[in-house]
Design a protein around this ligand. Structure first.
Ligand code: GN1
Ligand code: MG
Length: 368
């Protein structure tokens, strides 16, 4: 059977207006994303081909997204907000399903494009970091009374015990024959294994609770209004139940890095403490009163945890022969590994300072 055209696929969804153009959008590592422009006053749309090898159960993922956005929508309505801008709107296909499966078995999904918004590739000011923290804090707070179960769409996503199982398997396979040249990098992972597992045990024994989390909280997953206010979190593919701390840690990993995630010049890469402080302030302004004592206690550590996990994931993908992340050059995953490791070392050096900042800010908001 012939591969279907983008236009034909888009026409399978309940979109308003006639399609004017469909163009590629953004540079996600995972999915293929396009913008569907329509004629006249009809809204524009985002159409995405979901990556089946990463999301083995797209219907379950879309079910999670729809439950979570329905919940947020109700809260936005109650607060008198604008549901076309403050929450993502998923568009069903003509059969009422939240996805369309094409002739090649690929899964496509559509959402309404929110116009007049800004998405930042990086947070380059403390004001922006603070707003980003507020954004994710708000997202979590809007979902703090969410009770329905959610599917675990990517098994063990930020579960380091699960990641070590994958890691051990990758090392023993050595699929691309690269292991021999990676002694130093592998030692970075192994030397911290027990420390990371000790943290995860607190999740397993319930000391650190589970809640609804976004699981990919880079600043480019938050939409801002043209006046700079947070509108909503987008890219909800990985919405699942996990420790709230993961969202904080992942955000710190991206916001506070003075260099790029794949910076070839390691001298550029450090944690910016002013950015850490600003993000923490924004986040805790929304969450200080609802987080538990143990969550506050481990908040700073979560940044080290998620950054470590990212070092492991980039390195593991390099060892596997670059099968997960899209790469732009042969050693891209190794370059990402080095840059994220540099960031991890910088966080480790500043850990006491980070903890003090969390304690001080948490106390400030708890006493308000
Ligand atoms: C992936 O492609 P993007 O930016 O949505 C990944 C994240 C990583 C990130 C690293 C489902 O996210 O976990 O932190 O790349 N998402 C998935 O840049 O694996
Ligand atoms: Mg993403």
């Amino acid at each position: 059977m012939k591969t279907e055209s983008l236009c034909n696929i888009a026409s399978q969804f309940r979109i308003q207006g006639n399609i004017e153009s469909i163009n590629s959008l953004g540079e996600g590592f995972i999915n293929d994303t396009y913008i569907v422009k329509t004629e006249g006053n009809a809204p524009d749309y985002i159409i995405q081909k979901k990556n089946k090898s990463i999301f083995p159960d797209v219907p379950a993922m879309m079910d999670n997204i729809s439950k979570v956005t329905d919940h947020i929508r109700k809260r936005v309505i109650n607060a008198g907000g604008d549901i076309m801008r403050e929450v993502m709107t998923v568009v069903p296909n003509i059969d009422g399903k939240l996805y369309y499966q094409d002739n090649d078995g690929e899964f496509w999904v559509v959402s309404v494009y929110i116009p007049d918004t800004i998405a930042y590739d990086r947070a380059d000011s403390v004001e922006l970091a603070r707003k980003g923290g507020q954004g994710i804090g708000k997202f979590q707070a809007l979902l703090s009374d969410f009770k329905a179960p959610l599917a675990e769409t990517i098994k063990g996503f930020h579960n380091i015990r699960h990641r070590f199982n994958q890691w051990d398997e990758s090392l023993s396979k050595d699929a691309a024959g690269r292991k021999a040249d990676l002694t130093r990098e592998i030692e970075w992972i192994e030397s911290r294994r027990s420390k990371m597992l000790d943290f995860w045990k607190l999740v397993e024994d319930g000391t650190i609770p589970m809640s609804v989390t976004h699981n990919d909280t880079k600043i480019n997953n938050i939409l801002f209004d043209t006046n700079g206010d947070v509108l909503c979190a987008i890219d909800l593919d990985t919405v699942m139940l996990a420790p709230a701390l993961n969202d904080f840690g992942d955000a710190i990993r991206s916001y506070t890095n003075t260099g790029a995630e794949d910076d070839p010049n390691l001298e550029n890469v450090e944690i910016s403490i002013p950015m850490f402080e600003a993000y923490t302030d924004g986040y805790l302004s929304e969450r200080a009163k609802t987080l538990t004592r143990s969550e506050i206690e481990w908040l700073a550590f979560s940044a080290l945890y998620i950054t470590y996990e990212q070092v492991l994931r980039f390195l593991m993908d390099y060892i596997d022969g670059d099968t997960y992340y899209k790469i732009k050059k042969p050693e891209h995953n190794l370059q990402r590994t080095h840059a994220q490791y540099k960031l991890l070392c910088s966080m480790e050096r500043h850990y006491d300072e980070m903890k003090n900042i969390v304690d001080r800010i948490a106390e400030k908001y708890q006493n308000l």
